[in-house]
Design a protein around this ligand. Structure first.
Ligand SMILES: Cc1ncc(COP(=O)(O)O)c(C=O)c1O
Length: 382
């Protein structure tokens, strides 16, 4: 059994406080879909049901919105990057190109978007980034610069590079007055939720009781939270944020009641979630909209990867990477780890509960993935 921890958040009225310009971007729930659906590569991502796993875990339904094929970039991040570039660069600019920092997926999305719009792209990655993730970004035509430190350091270097070289920074995290671009990125993710409403309709509208959202800096999960609480106006759906135990900036921020940086090792296989500091935008949304904040060890991610990529009899195959599987990893921890029993009761999960998960990425590190699937990956324990 892996290690896990949690904080229960007694939610009050959902009313995040932002300037009007930011609220207008975040409350525009239809424009991202209207834009994405005009792209030649557009196809809605599927919703898949895992019936056998739901039965095994003692739940009603498990539904997964699978973003692994989105625009051929293997991750949900393309929705945010493409929408933000469209909104910010759309009517022309004197900038030489676009620049960002990434743990992998956002950078690949920026590279894809730059190529499509005939822009130059420079992408900074943390020093521990795997060669396969770097290659995926380079294959889209971007220049990759390996930072001298972790994710936060890479963001800092991208920021300085953009200023010095007259590039536009398209970063998926917010700080100080840098809010507008990350707001467009967050809004861009609404497309998957927009699609979901119609897909659930076709599945005869199963009642969704709980949603598990994996978090790095918090921009992607904030889109889910804001869409559910503000657009669907649902207070009833429980939302659970899931982070690696060794990279827990949101958990730490909620504990401290202010935006914080993780004090943990930042050693985790969930590379996309391995971010040091919470986005200020995400903090304001998550602190008001999320019911519980969980941290889980890599062992749960490994189990989740196996359930998706080598499914139980009767369940369909889903190609999912380490961070993509993390929402399911949180659910597994909750249902299997007896130290979380109070949280399970608080959330009211039982054999009638219907769960919504998101696979946010395909296999993005094939070497690590093969090691995990073949049982060769050595995990140093808790
Ligand atoms: C696959 C995947 N899922 C989830 C996330 C979390 O997104 P965010 O950093 O916006 O919280 C990321 C971040 O890069 C990711 O790559």
């Amino acid at each position: 059994m892996g290690a896990a921890g949690y904080l229960i958040n007694e939610r009050k009225i959902y009313n995040p406080q932002f300037d009007k310009e930011i609220i207008d971007i975040l409350d525009d729930f239809d424009s991202p879909f209207l834009y994405h659906s005009t792209l030649a590569e557009y196809e809605p991502s599927p919703v898949i049901e895992l019936t056998t796993l739901a039965k095994k875990l003692g739940l009603g339904k498990i539904l997964i919105k699978d973003e692994g094929q989105r625009f051929g970039t293997s991750a949900v991040k393309i929705l945010g990057a493409s929408y933000a570039v469209k909104k910010i660069f759309g009517s022309g600019s004197d900038k030489k190109g676009i620049c960002t920092a990434t743990d992998g997926n956002h950078g690949r999305a920026i590279a894809w978007t730059a190529k499509k719009n005939k822009l130059r792209a420079v992408v900074f990655v943390p020093d521990h980034t795997s060669q396969s993730r770097i290659k995926f970004i380079e294959d889209e035509g971007a220049t990759v610069i390996v930072s001298s430190g972790n994710y936060d350091q890479a963001v800092d270097e991208a920021k300085k590079y953009a200023e010095k070289s007259n590039f536009l920074l398209i970063q998926d995290t917010a700080w100080g007055s840098y809010l507008k671009t990350p707001s467009y990125i967050t809004a861009g993710y609404y497309t998957q939720l927009y699609e979901l409403s119609e897909q659930l309709d076709r599945l005869r509208n199963p009642r969704i009781d709980a949603v598990f959202i994996q978090s790095g800096v918090g921009s992607w999960p904030s889109a889910v939270v804001h869409y559910i609480r503000r657009n669907l106006r649902s207070d009833r759906i429980k939302i659970i944020c899931v982070e690696p135990i060794e990279s827990d900036c949101i958990y730490e921020s909620i504990k401290m009641s202010h935006v914080a940086t993780t004090s943990k090792s930042q050693k985790t296989i969930m590379a996309g979630l391995n971010c040091g500091t919470t986005s200020v935008l995400a903090y304001e949304i998550m602190k008001n909209g999320v019911d519980a904040f969980m941290v889980i060890s890599d062992l749960y991610a490994i189990d989740a990867i196996k359930y998706l990529n080598a499914p139980l009899p009767g369940d369909p195959y889903i190609a999912a990477g380490e961070s993509g599987s993390a929402g399911l990893a949180g659910l597994l921890a909750l249902m299997e780890n007896h130290t979380l029993i109070e949280l399970k009761h608080h959330l009211g999960l039982n054999e009638e509960s219907n769960i919504l998960l998101f696979n946010t990425e395909n296999v993005t590190d094939p070497y690590l993935h093969d090691e995990i699937m073949s049982g060769k990956y050595y995990h140093s324990g808790e």
